[in-house]
Design a protein around this ligand. Structure first.
Ligand SMILES: [Zn+2]
Length: 312
């Protein structure tokens, strides 16, 4: 079976600002690379569909969802003190970005594709229940996770987040939920400031949040050791019915927004480990969603490495 690449032209229309690092060029660089890749004949390119109010409201405040979706923007609207800006296409792009994960999850569940990478903008993992934050408007990965447990009734879904920034929004949404295991590897301390190792979930969710802070300067060795010692055993114990990945590539050594030193090949190796876990526990079912990654060459290299590792 092929690997799905879920995409949409509108992901290149959302403008976060003319000099903003979260640029349309990111989407274009990855898509151009994937279409020309030696792996392209084994990829299924699938156009994203919108999530819609009901699914967005699984993790977001309904009034926030309606507020974003009904925005009529002439120039630009600042959603989060300059960091997160919406322009004309942004509400529709954000709706499609969240919908992409749900659509990929459905296609994986019905056996159309084995796994998928959703090449989306805006990213999602910083978005909170009722506010945009850190370049994110809707929490794409959280909508997909909530869809799987609420609508598909899967008992357990693992979310692995290797974006260099901590996914504060995703963590918060599932902090008290034992059906969603949230595992994050991130530079710490760093934006957004959350993600210390002592935050492990609460109530029924205690033990189902795992934060693995990485120092500035951490590279492949530190990440792969964390995978071997923490991520793999935790997922083996959890036995997920589905694995979701917040695939940010901004931990790359070339990335301007981080101090970590991952190489391109690390993204392939981490993907391969998750693919093995998915093979053991859930029939290979993995859906990843683009989060950050701001050096366009390193981003395209890393995303291609990730997709190839999903295929092998
Ligand atoms: Zn990031």
């Amino acid at each position: 079976m092929t690997v799905g690449i879920v995409h949409h032209d509108l992901f290149a229309e959302h403008l976060a600002g003319y000099t903003h690092p979260e640029s349309p060029g990111r989407y274009e660089a990855i898509m151009r690379r994937l279409r020309r890749s030696a792996a392209a004949p084994r990829l299924s390119f699938i156009e994203a569909e919108p999530a819609g109010e009901e699914l967005l409201a699984l993790v977001h405040d309904p009034a926030y969802v309606r507020g974003i979706l009904s925005l009529e923007i002439e120039e630009a609207v600042v959603l989060d003190w300059g960091d997160t800006v919406a322009t004309k296409a942004s509400p529709r792009a954000a709706n499609l970005a969240a919908g992409a994960g749900v659509q990929a999850a459905r296609l994986v569940l019905d056996g159309t594709i084995r796994s998928a990478f959703c090449c989306v903008r805006p990213p999602g993992h910083h978005a909170e229940r009722d506010r945009a934050m850190g370049f994110c408007i809707f929490n794409n990965i959280a909508v997909a996770a909530a869809y799987l447990v609420e609508k598909e009734n899967l008992p357990r879904v693992a979310v692995v987040d290797w974006d260099v920034h901590h996914g504060n929004g995703t963590e918060r949404m599932f902090l008290e939920d034992d059906r969603v295991l949230y595992v994050s590897l991130h530079q710490y301390p760093h934006y957004p400031g959350t993600g210390d190792a002592g935050t492990v979930g609460s109530g029924r969710g205690e033990g189902f949040t795992i934060n693995l802070p990485m120092g500035a300067g951490a590279g492949d060795r530190a990440y792969l050791l964390a995978f071997r010692d923490r991520v793999v055993p935790a997922i083996d114990e959890f036995k997920p019915a589905f694995i979701l990945v917040s695939a940010g590539f901004d931990g790359h050594a070339e990335d301007p927004l981080s101090g970590t030193l991952l190489t391109t090949s690390a993204y392939g190796r981490m993907t391969a480990l998750l693919r093995e876990l998915a093979g053991r526990h859930c029939g290979g079912r993995i859906v990843s969603m683009l989060e950050g990654g701001y050096d366009l060459v390193a981003l395209a290299d890393s995303a291609e490495e990730h997709v190839k590792a999903l295929l092998d």
